[in-house]
Design a protein around this ligand. Structure first.
Ligand code: LLP
Length: 440
């Protein structure tokens, strides 16, 4: 987070709030969000893309009612991809015209709820859905604004599970297989759908522009084809090209991600150039960042419970540091081999003092599973001890939102810090919460 500071006593303060107080008041593990960091990133994206409404916060990365309010406050749009996410956003009184519904298998109920709420756009992902949505819109006497999700055939250089635009995966209409052009044909013909945009999302945690450029190029290629086939009058409503999310963030000191301004400039330049060359009206360029907005400003606080030295042979060893959470609050290490770093934040370390050194450590959770690793390798002080607080940075995106109750652990609380004050956004689950679905 931008507002993290280590005092002379070695204790870290987040937006002026002492981490020891946070742990004391709210318990650990604890997600601590720097609200100003979140809002600053919203604004940076809004400035970069020229209009806050063109920046759709991808709520799957992290969502609560309060977060939706911040996003609304900053003028951004928001993406949801389930009825659950939609319900949270509506609870926040988010302006419906700035909500977009995503998903490759939205239920009839989800589509109906979105139409009834009057969302700004629905991104269609299959031929079945085009028929379904048209019928639901007709039943309601409305015209549904639709974007078509296109599979542009780009291999984003990221982990296989989070790359989404190569051909052999479940999302979107294939460009190469001509499904995208056919989808546009059917949407244009449908009586209760209005084609307002083309959509592509190539993957996540991306650091270079190449994939985005190819995607933009191919989307504009399709736009040109559609103009040739249908003429400008049929496409008057098609004013937006949404190039999805995916801008990477720094998880460790080694990462050096580009700023949103850079991405915006690249994307706008290529869209403008190609449209002008093809004699097409230049569409607005929208994006859907999740991680780049919410990821960097959040840390997870854990308390150290035990440490253990394990001999690896040849005189080497590894220190296992067990904390009070794990794969239930951060599955990313286990699932994607994600890299994180952990720091001692509750006191000064012994490093450099009295001969103290940093020890190569593995931070592990408390789950009954060997793969329950939070940080694979990090350097922590030799005298690390039970009761010390560790912070893992950049845990704002896809940690809480993918949290589980594995081993019946209650999900952690989430607090926001700002100007020396902490505020609870989501309370910690209790044992009663864990038992609430039981029928006996
Ligand atoms: N738009 C669409 C259509 C998406 O599918 C996603 C992410 C985003 C936007 C936001 O992407 P972002 O800017 O946050 O990278 N659980 C994985 C990431 C899965 C992302 C799924 N879709 C992780 O923990 O890395």
């Amino acid at each position: 987070p931008r507002n993290a500071e280590r005092g002379a006593d070695g204790v870290v303060r987040l937006a002026g709030v002492d981490v020891r107080e946070l742990a004391e008041t709210y318990g650990t593990p604890l997600f601590v969000m720097d609200e100003d960091d979140f809002r600053a990133r919203c604004r940076e994206h809004a400035t970069a893309f020229g209009d806050p409404a063109l920046v759709h916060y991808a709520s799957k990365s992290f969502l609560s009612v309060e977060i939706a309010r911040w996003v609304a406050d900053e003028g951004l749009s928001i993406d949801v991809c389930s009825g659950g996410e939609l319900a949270v956003v509506l609870r926040a009184d988010f302006p419906p015209e700035r909500i977009t519904l995503h998903g490759n298998n939205k239920s009839v109920a989800e589509l109906a709820e979105a139409l009834d709420a009057g969302v700004g756009a629905i991104v269609v992902d299959s031929f079945h859905e085009i028929v379904r949505l048209d019928r639901l819109a007709r039943d309601r006497g409305v015209v549904a604004p639709v974007l078509i999700r296109i599979t542009v055939g780009v291999e984003a250089h990221t982990h296989e599970f989070i790359a989404t635009a190569h051909e052999d995966q479940k999302f979107g209409f294939s460009l190469a297989g001509r499904d995208a052009a056919e989808a546009a044909r059917r949407v244009i013909k449908a009586g209760n759908l209005s084609l307002v945009g083309l959509h592509s999302h190539i993957g996540s945690q991306i650091f270079d522009a190449d994939g985005f450029e190819v995607a933009a190029h191919r989307v504009i290629g399709l736009l040109a084809e559609l103009h040739a086939e249908h003429g400008p009058a049929a496409l008057e409503s098609l004013t937006t090209v949404d190039l999805g999310g995916g801008l990477g963030i720094a998880y460790t000191a080694q990462d050096d991600p580009p700023p949103p301004m850079w991405l915006a400039d690249q994307l706008r330049a290529i869209v403008t150039k190609e449209c002008e060359q093809a004699g097409l009206p230049v569409p607005k360029v929208a994006v859907e960042p999740g991680r780049a907005i919410v990821g960097p400003g959040t840390v997870t606080l854990y308390e150290v419970g035990t440490t253990k030295e394990v001999a690896l042979g040849h005189g080497t060893g590894r220190r296992y540091v067990s904390v009070d959470g794990g794969m239930s609050d951060n599955i990313r290490t286990a699932l994607y081999d994600a890299l994180y770093d952990a720091r001692l934040v509750s006191r000064a370390s012994d490093e450099g003092e009295r001969g103290g050194a940093a020890v190569l450590s593995r931070v592990v959770g408390k789950h009954c599973e060997t793969g329950d690793v939070v940080v694979r390798d990090c350097w922590l002080p030799e005298n690390l001890a039970p009761g010390d607080l560790l912070a893992v940075a950049a845990t704002g995106a896809y940690c809480y939102s993918m949290a589980s109750n594995y081993n019946r652990l209650p999900r952690p609380a989430v607090v926001a810090v700002r100007g020396g004050q902490a505020r609870l956004l989501l309370r910690r689950e209790t044992v009663d919460d864990l038992l609430r679905l039981e029928m006996t």
